[in-house]
Ligand binder design. Structure first.
Ligand code: BES
Ligand code: MN
Ligand code: ZN
Length: 501
Protein backbone atom coordinates (compact mmCIF):
# COMPACT_ATOMS: atom_id res chain seq x y z
CA UNK A 1 0.00 0.00 0.00
CA UNK A 2 1.20 3.47 -0.85
CA UNK A 3 1.42 5.64 2.27
CA UNK A 4 2.11 9.37 2.30
CA UNK A 5 1.85 12.53 4.38
CA UNK A 6 0.02 15.72 3.55
CA UNK A 7 -0.67 19.13 4.99
CA UNK A 8 -4.05 20.36 3.75
CA UNK A 9 -7.66 21.17 4.47
CA UNK A 10 -10.14 18.33 4.97
CA UNK A 11 -12.85 19.83 2.75
CA UNK A 12 -10.43 20.16 -0.17
CA UNK A 13 -9.30 16.52 -0.29
CA UNK A 14 -10.28 14.92 -3.59
CA UNK A 15 -10.25 11.52 -1.98
CA UNK A 16 -12.44 8.43 -1.88
CA UNK A 17 -12.65 8.84 1.90
CA UNK A 18 -11.80 11.49 4.49
CA UNK A 19 -11.55 10.25 8.08
CA UNK A 20 -12.60 12.63 10.86
CA UNK A 21 -12.88 12.31 14.64
CA UNK A 22 -16.00 12.97 16.73
CA UNK A 23 -15.89 13.23 20.52
CA UNK A 24 -18.68 12.46 22.92
CA UNK A 25 -21.31 13.96 22.87
CA UNK A 26 -21.35 14.85 19.19
CA UNK A 27 -18.41 17.22 19.59
CA UNK A 28 -16.60 17.83 16.32
CA UNK A 29 -12.81 17.62 16.25
CA UNK A 30 -11.08 20.68 14.69
CA UNK A 31 -10.84 18.99 11.26
CA UNK A 32 -14.48 17.85 11.44
CA UNK A 33 -15.44 21.40 12.34
CA UNK A 34 -13.77 22.74 9.19
CA UNK A 35 -15.50 20.14 7.08
CA UNK A 36 -18.83 20.93 8.71
CA UNK A 37 -18.49 24.61 7.87
CA UNK A 38 -17.62 23.85 4.24
CA UNK A 39 -20.65 21.57 4.02
CA UNK A 40 -23.07 24.12 5.43
CA UNK A 41 -23.46 22.34 8.77
CA UNK A 42 -24.49 19.01 7.26
CA UNK A 43 -22.25 16.98 9.58
CA UNK A 44 -23.67 18.46 12.75
CA UNK A 45 -27.19 18.01 11.35
CA UNK A 46 -26.57 14.33 10.66
CA UNK A 47 -25.12 13.84 14.13
CA UNK A 48 -28.13 15.54 15.69
CA UNK A 49 -30.41 13.06 13.93
CA UNK A 50 -29.05 10.53 16.43
CA UNK A 51 -26.93 8.14 14.36
CA UNK A 52 -23.75 8.76 16.30
CA UNK A 53 -22.80 10.04 19.73
CA UNK A 54 -19.03 9.92 19.25
CA UNK A 55 -18.57 6.99 21.64
CA UNK A 56 -15.57 4.74 21.23
CA UNK A 57 -15.95 2.02 18.61
CA UNK A 58 -18.72 3.94 16.84
CA UNK A 59 -18.31 4.91 13.21
CA UNK A 60 -20.49 6.33 10.49
CA UNK A 61 -19.80 6.29 6.76
CA UNK A 62 -21.38 9.18 4.86
CA UNK A 63 -21.56 9.40 1.09
CA UNK A 64 -21.61 12.32 -1.36
CA UNK A 65 -21.79 15.14 1.16
CA UNK A 66 -22.26 18.41 -0.70
CA UNK A 67 -19.58 21.00 -0.07
CA UNK A 68 -16.77 18.50 0.35
CA UNK A 69 -14.42 17.41 -2.43
CA UNK A 70 -14.40 13.76 -1.34
CA UNK A 71 -16.68 10.79 -2.10
CA UNK A 72 -17.05 9.59 1.48
CA UNK A 73 -16.64 10.98 4.96
CA UNK A 74 -15.91 8.47 7.72
CA UNK A 75 -16.81 9.78 11.16
CA UNK A 76 -15.04 7.94 13.96
CA UNK A 77 -16.09 7.94 17.63
CA UNK A 78 -13.23 8.99 19.91
CA UNK A 79 -15.03 8.87 23.27
CA UNK A 80 -14.84 11.67 25.84
CA UNK A 81 -12.33 14.33 24.84
CA UNK A 82 -10.86 14.58 28.34
CA UNK A 83 -10.17 10.80 28.32
CA UNK A 84 -8.55 10.84 24.88
CA UNK A 85 -5.25 9.15 25.74
CA UNK A 86 -2.87 6.82 23.89
CA UNK A 87 -5.20 3.88 24.25
CA UNK A 88 -8.29 5.77 23.14
CA UNK A 89 -6.36 7.05 20.12
CA UNK A 90 -5.33 3.54 19.15
CA UNK A 91 -8.91 2.31 19.57
CA UNK A 92 -10.16 5.10 17.30
CA UNK A 93 -7.56 4.14 14.69
CA UNK A 94 -8.65 0.52 14.87
CA UNK A 95 -12.31 1.45 14.45
CA UNK A 96 -11.44 3.75 11.54
CA UNK A 97 -9.24 1.15 9.83
CA UNK A 98 -11.86 -1.58 10.04
CA UNK A 99 -14.68 0.64 8.75
CA UNK A 100 -12.49 1.96 5.93
CA UNK A 101 -11.40 -1.50 4.81
CA UNK A 102 -15.01 -2.70 4.70
CA UNK A 103 -15.84 0.11 2.28
CA UNK A 104 -14.95 0.18 -1.39
CA UNK A 105 -12.66 3.19 -1.01
CA UNK A 106 -9.43 2.91 -3.01
CA UNK A 107 -7.75 5.74 -1.16
CA UNK A 108 -8.25 7.71 2.03
CA UNK A 109 -6.94 10.69 3.97
CA UNK A 110 -6.79 10.23 7.72
CA UNK A 111 -7.28 13.37 9.83
CA UNK A 112 -7.24 11.50 13.16
CA UNK A 113 -3.48 12.11 13.13
CA UNK A 114 -4.25 15.81 13.71
CA UNK A 115 -5.97 15.16 17.05
CA UNK A 116 -3.93 16.03 20.10
CA UNK A 117 -3.03 12.93 22.11
CA UNK A 118 -1.24 13.40 25.46
CA UNK A 119 1.38 15.71 23.90
CA UNK A 120 2.57 13.09 21.45
CA UNK A 121 4.42 14.23 18.32
CA UNK A 122 3.01 13.93 14.80
CA UNK A 123 5.60 11.26 14.19
CA UNK A 124 4.23 9.10 16.99
CA UNK A 125 0.64 9.59 15.89
CA UNK A 126 1.44 8.75 12.29
CA UNK A 127 3.44 5.74 13.28
CA UNK A 128 0.56 4.33 15.31
CA UNK A 129 -1.85 4.98 12.47
CA UNK A 130 0.27 3.04 9.99
CA UNK A 131 0.89 0.14 12.35
CA UNK A 132 -2.82 -0.16 13.04
CA UNK A 133 -4.11 0.07 9.47
CA UNK A 134 -1.51 -2.43 8.31
CA UNK A 135 -2.49 -4.70 11.18
CA UNK A 136 -6.14 -4.52 10.09
CA UNK A 137 -5.24 -5.19 6.46
CA UNK A 138 -3.45 -8.43 7.25
CA UNK A 139 -5.33 -11.67 6.42
CA UNK A 140 -4.00 -15.13 7.30
CA UNK A 141 -4.95 -16.44 3.86
CA UNK A 142 -1.48 -17.29 2.49
CA UNK A 143 -2.58 -20.89 1.94
CA UNK A 144 -6.16 -20.32 0.75
CA UNK A 145 -7.02 -20.87 -2.91
CA UNK A 146 -9.35 -17.90 -2.78
CA UNK A 147 -8.50 -14.85 -0.70
CA UNK A 148 -10.79 -13.95 2.22
CA UNK A 149 -11.79 -10.62 0.69
CA UNK A 150 -10.64 -8.32 -2.04
CA UNK A 151 -8.71 -5.42 -0.56
CA UNK A 152 -9.54 -2.21 -2.36
CA UNK A 153 -7.47 0.32 -0.45
CA UNK A 154 -4.34 1.28 -2.42
CA UNK A 155 -3.35 4.64 -1.02
CA UNK A 156 -3.44 5.94 2.53
CA UNK A 157 -2.58 9.54 3.33
CA UNK A 158 -1.96 10.94 6.78
CA UNK A 159 -2.72 14.54 7.59
CA UNK A 160 -0.50 16.89 9.59
CA UNK A 161 -1.96 20.16 10.84
CA UNK A 162 1.20 22.22 10.31
CA UNK A 163 3.95 21.95 7.71
CA UNK A 164 6.54 22.39 10.48
CA UNK A 165 5.63 18.84 11.55
CA UNK A 166 6.57 17.25 8.24
CA UNK A 167 10.02 16.17 9.39
CA UNK A 168 8.77 14.32 12.47
CA UNK A 169 5.91 12.93 10.37
CA UNK A 170 8.25 11.47 7.75
CA UNK A 171 10.26 9.73 10.42
CA UNK A 172 7.06 8.37 11.91
CA UNK A 173 6.09 7.06 8.51
CA UNK A 174 9.36 5.19 8.08
CA UNK A 175 9.22 3.72 11.58
CA UNK A 176 5.54 2.80 11.28
CA UNK A 177 6.09 1.02 7.99
CA UNK A 178 9.13 -0.88 9.22
CA UNK A 179 7.36 -2.08 12.36
CA UNK A 180 4.25 -2.98 10.34
CA UNK A 181 6.37 -5.04 7.94
CA UNK A 182 8.23 -6.76 10.76
CA UNK A 183 5.00 -7.51 12.56
CA UNK A 184 3.33 -8.88 9.41
CA UNK A 185 6.31 -11.16 8.83
CA UNK A 186 6.08 -12.42 12.42
CA UNK A 187 2.36 -13.08 11.97
CA UNK A 188 2.86 -14.90 8.70
CA UNK A 189 5.54 -17.17 10.16
CA UNK A 190 3.41 -17.75 13.27
CA UNK A 191 0.31 -18.70 11.31
CA UNK A 192 2.08 -21.14 9.00
CA UNK A 193 1.46 -24.72 10.12
CA UNK A 194 4.10 -27.01 11.59
CA UNK A 195 4.38 -29.10 8.44
CA UNK A 196 5.49 -26.04 6.46
CA UNK A 197 7.13 -23.83 9.06
CA UNK A 198 9.88 -26.23 10.18
CA UNK A 199 13.23 -25.23 11.70
CA UNK A 200 14.73 -25.44 8.21
CA UNK A 201 11.98 -23.17 6.85
CA UNK A 202 12.66 -20.58 9.56
CA UNK A 203 16.36 -20.66 8.69
CA UNK A 204 15.54 -20.14 5.00
CA UNK A 205 13.24 -17.19 5.77
CA UNK A 206 15.90 -15.58 7.95
CA UNK A 207 18.49 -16.06 5.20
CA UNK A 208 16.12 -14.42 2.71
CA UNK A 209 16.20 -11.20 4.73
CA UNK A 210 19.99 -11.16 4.63
CA UNK A 211 20.09 -11.52 0.83
CA UNK A 212 18.76 -8.00 0.29
CA UNK A 213 20.95 -6.37 2.94
CA UNK A 214 24.58 -5.36 3.38
CA UNK A 215 24.24 -4.94 7.13
CA UNK A 216 22.57 -8.27 7.96
CA UNK A 217 24.32 -11.64 7.86
CA UNK A 218 22.59 -14.92 8.59
CA UNK A 219 23.85 -18.43 9.18
CA UNK A 220 22.38 -21.55 10.76
CA UNK A 221 24.16 -24.18 12.85
CA UNK A 222 23.08 -27.80 12.36
CA UNK A 223 23.07 -30.81 14.64
CA UNK A 224 26.79 -31.60 14.17
CA UNK A 225 27.86 -28.11 15.20
CA UNK A 226 25.51 -28.21 18.21
CA UNK A 227 27.06 -31.50 19.26
CA UNK A 228 30.53 -29.98 19.03
CA UNK A 229 29.39 -27.05 21.18
CA UNK A 230 27.89 -29.44 23.73
CA UNK A 231 24.29 -28.22 23.42
CA UNK A 232 22.92 -31.30 25.16
CA UNK A 233 19.74 -29.60 26.37
CA UNK A 234 18.68 -28.31 22.95
CA UNK A 235 19.57 -31.61 21.28
CA UNK A 236 17.58 -33.61 23.85
CA UNK A 237 14.40 -31.82 22.72
CA UNK A 238 15.16 -32.28 19.01
CA UNK A 239 15.77 -36.04 19.40
CA UNK A 240 12.13 -37.06 19.10
CA UNK A 241 11.65 -35.46 15.69
CA UNK A 242 12.79 -36.30 12.19
CA UNK A 243 13.11 -32.60 11.38
CA UNK A 244 16.72 -31.46 11.80
CA UNK A 245 17.22 -28.79 14.51
CA UNK A 246 18.68 -25.39 13.64
CA UNK A 247 20.34 -22.64 15.60
CA UNK A 248 19.79 -19.56 13.48
CA UNK A 249 22.17 -16.65 13.97
CA UNK A 250 21.29 -13.27 12.49
CA UNK A 251 23.98 -10.63 12.80
CA UNK A 252 22.98 -7.03 12.12
CA UNK A 253 25.92 -4.60 12.07
CA UNK A 254 24.56 -1.08 11.83
CA UNK A 255 26.76 0.36 14.58
CA UNK A 256 30.49 0.74 15.03
CA UNK A 257 32.60 -2.41 15.04
CA UNK A 258 33.40 -1.79 18.70
CA UNK A 259 29.77 -1.29 19.82
CA UNK A 260 28.67 -4.19 21.99
CA UNK A 261 25.65 -5.95 20.49
CA UNK A 262 22.21 -6.44 21.95
CA UNK A 263 21.28 -10.10 21.62
CA UNK A 264 17.67 -11.21 21.03
CA UNK A 265 16.90 -14.89 21.60
CA UNK A 266 13.63 -16.33 20.27
CA UNK A 267 12.06 -19.68 21.17
CA UNK A 268 11.56 -21.55 17.91
CA UNK A 269 9.64 -24.73 18.75
CA UNK A 270 7.85 -25.21 15.42
CA UNK A 271 5.46 -27.67 17.05
CA UNK A 272 5.09 -28.54 20.72
CA UNK A 273 3.21 -31.79 21.32
CA UNK A 274 4.66 -31.95 24.81
CA UNK A 275 6.85 -34.91 23.82
CA UNK A 276 6.48 -38.03 25.98
CA UNK A 277 4.71 -35.83 28.58
CA UNK A 278 2.15 -35.38 25.83
CA UNK A 279 -0.37 -32.56 25.88
CA UNK A 280 -4.15 -33.10 25.80
CA UNK A 281 -5.43 -33.05 22.20
CA UNK A 282 -7.92 -30.17 22.62
CA UNK A 283 -6.51 -27.10 20.85
CA UNK A 284 -3.16 -28.84 20.39
CA UNK A 285 -3.02 -27.34 16.88
CA UNK A 286 -2.28 -24.01 18.58
CA UNK A 287 1.13 -25.36 19.52
CA UNK A 288 2.25 -24.49 15.99
CA UNK A 289 2.49 -21.02 17.56
CA UNK A 290 5.26 -22.18 19.86
CA UNK A 291 7.77 -20.51 17.51
CA UNK A 292 6.25 -17.03 17.91
CA UNK A 293 9.22 -15.89 20.00
CA UNK A 294 11.44 -16.78 17.04
CA UNK A 295 9.02 -15.10 14.63
CA UNK A 296 8.98 -11.87 16.63
CA UNK A 297 12.75 -11.78 16.82
CA UNK A 298 13.06 -12.35 13.05
CA UNK A 299 10.36 -9.71 12.46
CA UNK A 300 12.24 -7.23 14.65
CA UNK A 301 15.46 -7.88 12.72
CA UNK A 302 13.55 -7.15 9.51
CA UNK A 303 12.28 -3.87 11.00
CA UNK A 304 15.67 -2.59 12.20
CA UNK A 305 17.25 -3.66 8.93
CA UNK A 306 14.61 -1.69 7.01
CA UNK A 307 15.32 1.35 9.19
CA UNK A 308 19.09 0.77 9.07
CA UNK A 309 19.36 1.62 12.77
CA UNK A 310 22.87 2.60 13.91
CA UNK A 311 23.48 -0.23 16.37
CA UNK A 312 24.58 -3.85 16.51
CA UNK A 313 21.96 -6.51 17.15
CA UNK A 314 22.28 -10.28 17.03
CA UNK A 315 19.32 -12.64 16.93
CA UNK A 316 19.70 -16.24 18.06
CA UNK A 317 16.89 -18.65 17.27
CA UNK A 318 17.14 -22.19 18.65
CA UNK A 319 14.61 -24.19 16.67
CA UNK A 320 13.28 -27.75 16.67
CA UNK A 321 10.10 -29.79 17.12
CA UNK A 322 9.01 -31.38 20.40
CA UNK A 323 7.52 -34.79 19.51
CA UNK A 324 7.16 -38.20 21.16
CA UNK A 325 9.15 -40.98 19.51
CA UNK A 326 11.32 -43.99 20.32
CA UNK A 327 14.30 -41.67 20.41
CA UNK A 328 12.60 -38.89 22.38
CA UNK A 329 13.68 -37.72 25.84
CA UNK A 330 11.87 -39.43 28.70
CA UNK A 331 10.80 -37.98 32.04
CA UNK A 332 13.69 -38.51 34.42
CA UNK A 333 16.38 -38.28 31.74
CA UNK A 334 19.37 -36.18 32.73
CA UNK A 335 21.08 -34.07 30.09
CA UNK A 336 24.16 -31.86 30.13
CA UNK A 337 23.71 -28.31 28.88
CA UNK A 338 26.34 -26.29 27.01
CA UNK A 339 27.08 -24.46 30.29
CA UNK A 340 28.07 -27.77 31.88
CA UNK A 341 25.11 -27.73 34.27
CA UNK A 342 23.17 -31.01 34.33
CA UNK A 343 19.38 -30.91 34.01
CA UNK A 344 16.83 -33.48 35.15
CA UNK A 345 14.02 -33.48 32.56
CA UNK A 346 11.07 -34.22 34.82
CA UNK A 347 8.57 -33.09 32.21
CA UNK A 348 9.35 -33.17 28.50
CA UNK A 349 6.70 -30.48 27.95
CA UNK A 350 8.93 -27.93 29.67
CA UNK A 351 11.07 -27.98 26.52
CA UNK A 352 11.28 -24.23 25.81
CA UNK A 353 13.70 -23.58 28.66
CA UNK A 354 15.84 -26.51 27.47
CA UNK A 355 16.45 -25.03 24.05
CA UNK A 356 16.72 -21.48 25.41
CA UNK A 357 19.32 -22.30 28.05
CA UNK A 358 21.82 -23.46 25.44
CA UNK A 359 21.04 -20.45 23.25
CA UNK A 360 21.65 -18.16 26.25
CA UNK A 361 24.99 -19.79 26.97
CA UNK A 362 25.88 -19.48 23.29
CA UNK A 363 25.04 -15.72 23.43
CA UNK A 364 27.83 -15.15 25.91
CA UNK A 365 30.45 -15.29 23.17
CA UNK A 366 29.18 -12.01 21.70
CA UNK A 367 30.03 -10.09 24.92
CA UNK A 368 26.53 -8.64 24.80
CA UNK A 369 25.39 -5.29 26.15
CA UNK A 370 22.14 -7.07 27.04
CA UNK A 371 20.37 -10.30 26.17
CA UNK A 372 16.59 -10.41 25.77
CA UNK A 373 14.83 -13.71 25.22
CA UNK A 374 11.30 -13.96 23.89
CA UNK A 375 9.28 -17.14 24.36
CA UNK A 376 5.81 -18.67 24.49
CA UNK A 377 7.11 -20.28 27.63
CA UNK A 378 4.34 -20.98 30.14
CA UNK A 379 0.59 -21.53 30.23
CA UNK A 380 0.84 -20.01 33.72
CA UNK A 381 1.60 -16.62 32.16
CA UNK A 382 -1.69 -16.71 30.26
CA UNK A 383 -3.46 -17.33 33.57
CA UNK A 384 -1.55 -14.56 35.35
CA UNK A 385 -1.73 -11.74 32.79
CA UNK A 386 -4.23 -12.81 30.14
CA UNK A 387 -3.85 -11.47 26.61
CA UNK A 388 -2.98 -7.87 27.42
CA UNK A 389 0.58 -7.87 28.68
CA UNK A 390 3.52 -10.18 28.31
CA UNK A 391 5.43 -11.23 31.41
CA UNK A 392 8.80 -9.58 32.01
CA UNK A 393 11.50 -10.92 34.31
CA UNK A 394 15.05 -9.62 34.49
CA UNK A 395 18.28 -9.73 36.47
CA UNK A 396 18.83 -6.00 35.80
CA UNK A 397 16.39 -3.33 36.94
CA UNK A 398 17.46 -0.72 34.37
CA UNK A 399 17.01 -3.12 31.51
CA UNK A 400 13.61 -4.14 32.90
CA UNK A 401 12.53 -0.50 33.13
CA UNK A 402 13.61 0.28 29.56
CA UNK A 403 11.56 -2.65 28.28
CA UNK A 404 8.53 -1.60 30.32
CA UNK A 405 8.87 1.94 28.93
CA UNK A 406 9.21 0.65 25.37
CA UNK A 407 6.04 -1.39 25.92
CA UNK A 408 4.09 1.65 27.09
CA UNK A 409 5.30 3.89 24.26
CA UNK A 410 4.54 1.33 21.57
CA UNK A 411 1.26 0.10 23.03
CA UNK A 412 2.72 -3.43 23.19
CA UNK A 413 2.88 -3.69 26.94
CA UNK A 414 4.78 -5.86 29.42
CA UNK A 415 4.33 -6.35 33.16
CA UNK A 416 7.16 -7.23 35.49
CA UNK A 417 7.18 -10.23 37.82
CA UNK A 418 9.72 -10.92 40.59
CA UNK A 419 12.79 -13.09 40.15
CA UNK A 420 13.61 -13.57 43.82
CA UNK A 421 16.05 -16.23 45.00
CA UNK A 422 13.36 -17.88 47.10
CA UNK A 423 11.70 -19.18 43.93
CA UNK A 424 14.93 -20.89 42.86
CA UNK A 425 14.38 -23.51 45.56
CA UNK A 426 11.48 -24.98 43.57
CA UNK A 427 13.94 -26.12 40.89
CA UNK A 428 15.93 -28.39 43.18
CA UNK A 429 16.71 -31.86 41.80
CA UNK A 430 17.95 -34.86 43.79
CA UNK A 431 19.94 -36.17 40.85
CA UNK A 432 21.09 -33.23 38.73
CA UNK A 433 22.15 -29.59 39.16
CA UNK A 434 18.65 -28.39 38.35
CA UNK A 435 15.20 -29.76 37.49
CA UNK A 436 13.36 -28.46 34.43
CA UNK A 437 10.08 -27.87 36.29
CA UNK A 438 9.28 -26.15 39.58
CA UNK A 439 5.80 -27.39 40.42
CA UNK A 440 2.39 -25.75 40.00
CA UNK A 441 3.04 -22.57 41.93
CA UNK A 442 4.46 -19.49 40.17
CA UNK A 443 5.09 -21.37 36.92
CA UNK A 444 6.12 -18.29 34.94
CA UNK A 445 8.59 -17.24 37.60
CA UNK A 446 10.20 -20.66 38.06
CA UNK A 447 10.59 -20.97 34.27
CA UNK A 448 12.43 -17.63 34.31
CA UNK A 449 14.46 -18.76 37.34
CA UNK A 450 15.62 -21.71 35.26
CA UNK A 451 16.77 -19.37 32.48
CA UNK A 452 18.43 -17.06 35.02
CA UNK A 453 20.85 -19.87 35.93
CA UNK A 454 22.23 -19.60 32.39
CA UNK A 455 22.28 -15.79 32.29
CA UNK A 456 24.56 -14.94 35.20
CA UNK A 457 27.29 -13.38 33.07
CA UNK A 458 25.27 -10.68 31.33
CA UNK A 459 22.35 -8.29 31.72
CA UNK A 460 19.35 -10.35 30.77
CA UNK A 461 15.58 -10.01 30.44
CA UNK A 462 12.96 -12.58 29.56
CA UNK A 463 9.61 -11.88 27.88
CA UNK A 464 7.00 -14.62 28.32
CA UNK A 465 4.65 -14.04 25.38
CA UNK A 466 2.43 -17.11 25.85
CA UNK A 467 -0.64 -14.90 26.35
CA UNK A 468 -0.01 -12.25 23.70
CA UNK A 469 1.58 -14.01 20.70
CA UNK A 470 -1.66 -15.26 19.21
CA UNK A 471 -5.38 -15.17 19.82
CA UNK A 472 -7.85 -18.02 19.62
CA UNK A 473 -11.55 -18.04 18.75
CA UNK A 474 -13.06 -16.87 15.47
CA UNK A 475 -10.24 -14.41 14.85
CA UNK A 476 -7.61 -17.05 15.51
CA UNK A 477 -4.17 -15.92 14.47
CA UNK A 478 -0.76 -14.62 15.39
CA UNK A 479 -0.62 -11.02 16.65
CA UNK A 480 2.94 -10.08 15.73
CA UNK A 481 3.69 -9.13 19.32
CA UNK A 482 6.15 -8.13 20.67
CA UNK A 483 7.77 -6.78 17.47
CA UNK A 484 6.58 -3.27 18.36
CA UNK A 485 7.98 -3.45 21.91
CA UNK A 486 11.36 -4.81 20.78
CA UNK A 487 11.66 -2.33 17.90
CA UNK A 488 10.81 0.53 20.25
CA UNK A 489 13.42 -0.65 22.74
CA UNK A 490 16.05 -0.75 19.99
CA UNK A 491 15.00 2.66 18.63
CA UNK A 492 15.43 4.04 22.13
CA UNK A 493 19.00 2.69 22.16
CA UNK A 494 19.83 4.83 19.10
CA UNK A 495 19.75 8.18 20.88
CA UNK A 496 17.95 11.47 20.37
CA UNK A 497 17.56 11.42 16.60
CA UNK A 498 15.33 8.39 16.82
CA UNK A 499 13.08 9.52 19.65
CA UNK A 500 9.45 10.18 18.91
CA UNK A 501 7.87 11.71 21.98
N1 BES B 1 4.66 -23.91 24.82
C1 BES B 1 4.22 -24.26 26.11
C2 BES B 1 3.62 -23.08 26.87
C3 BES B 1 2.24 -22.67 26.45
C4 BES B 1 1.13 -23.40 26.80
C5 BES B 1 2.06 -21.47 25.80
C6 BES B 1 -0.13 -22.98 26.45
C7 BES B 1 0.79 -21.03 25.46
C8 BES B 1 -0.30 -21.80 25.79
C9 BES B 1 5.41 -24.77 26.95
O1 BES B 1 6.35 -25.48 26.24
C10 BES B 1 4.83 -25.68 27.97
O2 BES B 1 4.31 -26.69 27.60
N2 BES B 1 4.93 -25.28 29.23
C11 BES B 1 4.40 -26.05 30.29
C12 BES B 1 5.40 -26.03 31.42
C13 BES B 1 5.09 -27.00 32.51
C14 BES B 1 5.24 -28.42 32.02
C15 BES B 1 6.03 -26.74 33.67
C16 BES B 1 3.08 -25.40 30.73
O3 BES B 1 2.99 -24.19 30.76
O4 BES B 1 2.16 -26.15 31.01
MN1 MN C 1 5.85 -27.51 26.09
ZN1 ZN D 1 6.55 -25.06 24.28
Amino acid sequence: MDISIKHGLPEQQKSACVILGIFERRKLSPAAEKMDQACGGRLSKILKSGDMEGKREQSLMLHQIEGSACERILLVGCGKEKDFNDNAYRKALKTASEALLKSGARDAVNFLTELSVSEHSSGWKIRQSIEIIEHSRYRPDHLKSEKDDEQKLRKFTLAVSDSSELKSAKQGLAIGQAIAHGSALARKLGNLPGNICTPTYLATQAAKLAKQSNTLKVRALGQKQMETLGMGALLSVAKGSSQPPKLIEMNYQGGKKTDKPIVLVGKGITFDSGGISIKPSAAMDEMKYDMCGAASVIGTMAAINELQLPLNVIAIVPSCENLPDGAASKPGDIVTSMSGQTIEVLNTDAEGRLILCDALTYSEKFKPKAVIDVATLTGACVIALGRHACGLLSNDERLAQSLLDAGTASGDRAWQMPLWDEYQEQLKSNFADIANIGGREAGTITAACFLARFSKNFKWAHLDIAGVAWQGGSNKGATGRPVALLSQYLLNQCGKNYQQP
